[in-house]
Design a protein around this ligand. Structure first.
Ligand code: SF4
Length: 330
């Protein structure tokens, strides 16, 4: 049976021409777009409806349209910027940090973000089940947390997700199950009654981390869907990527972090860009990033300020970029 969220997913824009026509883009803007890319266009109607018409100069449009600049090779921009191939345990499982394993549950997402560091990931598609991963989790008693990532774990149909969650739930040494998702930002209908029943049936503590980059991504339906998860006693945290001309101003970051906090969502990480091939147009320098987060710290309460971090392959944790301590001038 097809759920309503699966029907909505099928209405995503996948044609560059159709999205350009919907946004009434002129010839000059269209000339900047890549008609074809191995990482194809994929945008939910909800997000397209929020994009400004007649321009590419929009923080949402920028995240999803392939730009001709993507074909230029930026120095230090790689297919696998986080060297994830070094941390692979099984076809679908990675272990980068102590105590935690990450399952790349699927290659599918509700949307394709142009800066995604897994856009070239060699997704394992042979085995539909997670038996090898569950067996790996059972045998490594040093693990206390499993991170379900992707792609987007909410792309999995409920039945497959349930099998995976029940398998993890039955492993005594696993204490936490973390979701990394962007799905509700594009298709909040994914958080339906069946999904909430599934979450409610799990005994382990679930932690729900939603990827959101701009305040306009958070409309009332999106916030309502996340509130329904919170009402199950599941903490909802956010992670964002600092992106040039998307959210790299004090005003944009302040609005986003305040909106998240005011809706009970804890700003967790603000990531520096993972330098994936073709994404150089999104990069914000460390000095500017540190200055921005410093200004946010001066405007918002501490709990509303995410940690600014960078992932550096081989490091035992994400590396915080720290704001120098300053004294207010009198
Ligand atoms: S939703 Fe997440 S995994 Fe999917 S393309 Fe965007 S950043 Fe990548």
């Amino acid at each position: 049976m097809t759920s309503s969220w699966q029907s909505i997913l099928r209405t995503n824009f996948t044609s560059v021409d159709e999205l350009a026509a919907y946004l009434q883009l002129g010839e000059e803007d269209r000339a900047q777009l890549l008609a074809k890319s191995p990482f194809t266009l994929n945008v939910p109607e909800r997000l397209a409806a929020k994009m400004a018409k007649g321009t590419l100069d929009d923080p949402l449009a920028r995240q999803f349209f392939a730009h001709t600049l993507e074909t230029k090779q930026g120095e230090g921009f790689l297919d696998d910027p986080n060297a994830e191939s070094l941390y692979t345990l099984t076809g679908k499982m990675l272990k980068k940090y102590a105590g935690r394993a990450l399952i790349v549950t699927t290659s599918a997402c509700a949307m394709h973000c142009r800066y995604c560091f897994r856009q070239n990931y060699p997704y394992e598609k042979e085995k539909a089940d997670f038996e090898e991963e569950l067996s790996g989790l059972r045998s490594d008693t040093s693990l206390f947390e499993v991170i379900l990532s992707g792609g987007d774990p909410l792309s999995l149909p409920d039945r497959r997700l349930m099998t995976l969650l029940e398998g993890i739930d039955a492993i005594p040494h696993i204490q936490l199950i973390r979701f990394h998702t962007r799905f509700p930002i594009g298709i909040p209908e994914r958080i339906d009654d069946a999904f909430l029943d599934l979450f409610a049936s799990i005994n382990k503590q679930i932690v729900f981390v939603v990827h959101v980059n701009h305040a306009r991504e958070l409309d009332s339906d999106v916030l309502f869907s996340l509130k329904r998860i919170q009402k199950l006693g599941i903490p909802v945290l956010s992670q964002s990527v600092l992106l040039k001309d998307v959210n790299d101003t004090v005003e944009a970051l302040e609005e986003l972090m305040l909106k998240l906090s005011a809706n009970g969502i804890i700003p967790y990480y603000l990531h520096q860009l993972d330098r994936v091939r073709g994404s150089q147009r999104f990069e914000v320098g460390d000095e500017r990033a540190i200055a921005l987060i410093g200004q946010i710290r001066e405007r918002l309460p501490g709990y509303a300020v995410p940690q600014l971090v960078r992932e550096i392959p081989g490091h035992l944790h994400k590396t915080p970029l720290l704001v120098p301590r300053t004294l207010r001038e009198s």
